[in-house]
Design a protein around this ligand. Structure first.
Ligand code: AMP
Length: 559
């Protein structure tokens, strides 16, 4: 894999455009695929998640070997949605900024076909299309693919999921034999394999990242609540993350609208995106989301396809999807390029099995997080507000008002003033959370406890450095802990049905990884967890006062 743009063999014009976009080094899919496309022949099937930089992986080489002196269509890119069509065209336009005279036309359903016919008539070196609309345009003889040299199927699995199989068959049957075909897909179900077998010539299969695996940059968490608390949990997640910029996935259009309406009513910048909206309404919602006027986009899977927003802070599964592959697609919307992403699932007690099944497919573990309580949320919000005030740009305009301001605040102490200002902004939070209940439910019923214990001993057997020294009926002192570690004592224990996995989750929620956790000893009322010296003080400060399972935690170190 090539890890420097300069070594990929791209022309200066393209390198300059890419540098202006702020791309510093090729992503893995670019480093792997671009050299193959520039130097070697042959078809390629590339298994890569969305958000890995695959548009440039196929787009940059395609632009390199385009013959600008030939006005006919040479490159055809098929993708599942209108949004993705537009995104790909925009990306190609950006990449070809310094290449004169390249015509890129995108055609998709839900838009006026006459305008698209006119665009095509003016000439298109590259057509970016959804299959249904392209076929329609081919039938009307407005699009001609008889001369294409390169065919790119982007998000092939999504195109098939969306029922474009017949259209694809019809289009591919008309594409010339002498062409290079590239297929990009996040997953490789049988249907995609069949397309590759039928329409590609001995394709080389390139896997970037693990097959079917979630993006390495994405952390997966779940919150477990009673079914009736699902919506409250969503609000808590939003309140606990004041800078949230998220897609909230729902199962149905009705639920999507209901949740978006409720969020709006409760004062959040949220809106719905689903198939019952007109194209103009969807465009309006997307435009607001892209410029961050909306902080939460509540969407169905179908409507969210092709949305390219690279700076999402969270993907939230308000409900887990029926098909596990959809989870991969959802979580792939965050953690794009080199950024970290967070995928959250809100589940009820009966859905834990689903989490385990997803873990098996994506080969990553979920961490259970406690639903934040009133105190943590209010503290986070306060810190956010104060940071906002600290960082505000004080403009000159304010100076002329200072006499009035000083008069109105004359005689008020600094402390009272701070309290008043913060309360003014904050009382609604205090009011809302004053009576807020703990939404957490215990991890385990009796039956599940046994299962969890088995998993825990499996963890220990698999080289995990967490040694569990049996549960002790009576409280007492722990034994010696490992060298370089220190015991942290927490005020919950066997009585509270805590198991080692919970402790690992709690530590993870504080930002402390498994490697910093040593032995765990659980007594009836208390537990002791050995932590690396370097993180112990930090853990104590994070845990003191936090809530877990309706308990206010108290942490101390045994030094
Ligand atoms: P894609 O998978 O093509 O949709 O790309 C996902 C996001 O990553 C887009 O916002 C791209 O602009 C961005 N991107 C693509 N390649 C790079 C790169 N080499 N460095 C940084 N960002 C990139």
């Amino acid at each position: 894999m090539v890890s420097d743009f300069l070594e990929l063999g791209l022309s200066t014009e393209i390198l300059n455009a890419v540098a202006e976009l702020g791309f510093e080094k090729p992503t893995p899919v670019q480093g792997t695929v671009i050299p193959k496309l520039l130097v070697e022949d042959g078809d390629i099937v590339c298994l890569a998640q969305t958000g890995t930089g695959k548009t440039a992986a196929f787009g940059l080489p395609a632009l390199e070997y385009l013959d600008r002196t030939n006005p006919r269509t040479q490159i055809l890119i098929l993708c599942p949605t209108r949004e993705l069509c537009r995104q790909i065209s925009q990306d190609l336009t950006n990449y070809s900024k310094y290449l004169d005279g390249i015509r890129i036309v995108s055609v998709y359903g839900g838009a006026n076909i006459t305008g698209q016919m006119k665009d095509l008539k003016r000439g298109a070196h590259i057509i970016v299309a959804t299959p249904g609309r392209l076929l329609d345009l081919m039938k009307r003889e407005a699009a001609d693919i008889s001369d294409i040299r390169t065919l790119i199927l982007d998000e092939a699995d999504e195109m098939l999921n969306m029922g474009f199989k017949d259209e694809l068959d019809a289009i591919l049957a008309q594409a010339p034999e002498q062409r290079r075909s590239l297929l990009f897909s996040a997953t490789l179900p049988k249907e995609v394999e069949e397309i590759a077998r039928s329409y590609m010539k001995n394709p080389e299969v390139v896997t970037v990242g693990q097959r079917n695996a979630g993006s390495d940059n994405v952390e997966h968490y779940y919150y477990m609540v009673k079914e009736e608390d699902r919506y409250s949990a969503l609000k808590r997640i939003a309140d606990f993350n004041p800078d949230i910029y998220a897609i909230v996935f729902c199962k149905t259009r009705e639920e999507t609208q209901k949740i978006a309406d409720a969020l709006q009513k409760d004062g959040y910048d949220a809106d719905a995106l689903h198939g019952d909206l007109s194209q103009a309404q969807r465009d309006h919602v997307m435009e607001r989301f892209k410029r961050h006027a909306l902080h939460m986009l509540v969407a169905t899977d179908v409507a969210a396809r092709g949305i390219d927003v690279s700076d999402l802070t969270h993907v939230i599964n308000y409900n887990l999807p029926q098909e596990i592959e959809l989870y991969t697609h959802r979580s792939g919307r965050t953690g794009r390029a080199d950024k970290k992403g967070v995928s959250i699932a809100i589940i009820n007690q009966r859905e834990r099995g689903k989490i385990r099944r997803i873990e098996a497919v994506i080969k990553k573990q979920f961490t259970r997080l406690p639903v934040p309580g009133a105190r943590e949320i209010c503290e986070r919000q306060l810190v956010h507000l104060i940071n906002g005030i600290n960082n505000v740009d004080v403009r000159d305009d304010i100076y002329s008002f200072m006499p009035v301001i000083n008069e109105l605040w004359d005689g008020i102490s600094r402390e009272d003033l701070v309290k008043k200002i913060l309360s003014y902004e904050f009382n609604r939070f205090f009011d809302y959370y004053r009576k807020a209940k703990d939404l957490n439910i215990p991890e385990k019923e009796k039956k599940d406890r046994r299962k969890s214990s088995v998993r825990d001993s499996e963890d220990a057997a698999s080289g995990d450095n967490t040694a569990v020294k049996g549960r002790k009926a009576n409280d007492g002192n722990p034994g010696d802990c490992e060298k370089g570690y220190v015991w942290l004592r927490l005020n919950m224990g066997y009585k509270n049905r805590v198991i080692p996995r919970d402790i690992i989750s709690i530590m993870k929620a504080c930002g402390i990884g498994k490697k910093a956790v040593g032995k765990i000893e659980i007594f009836n009322e208390f537990l002791y967890v050995a932590l690396k010296e370097s993180v112990a003080d930090y853990a104590k400060s994070q845990l003191n006062g936090a809530t877990y399972d309706r308990r206010r935690l108290s942490a101390s170190l045994l030094r």
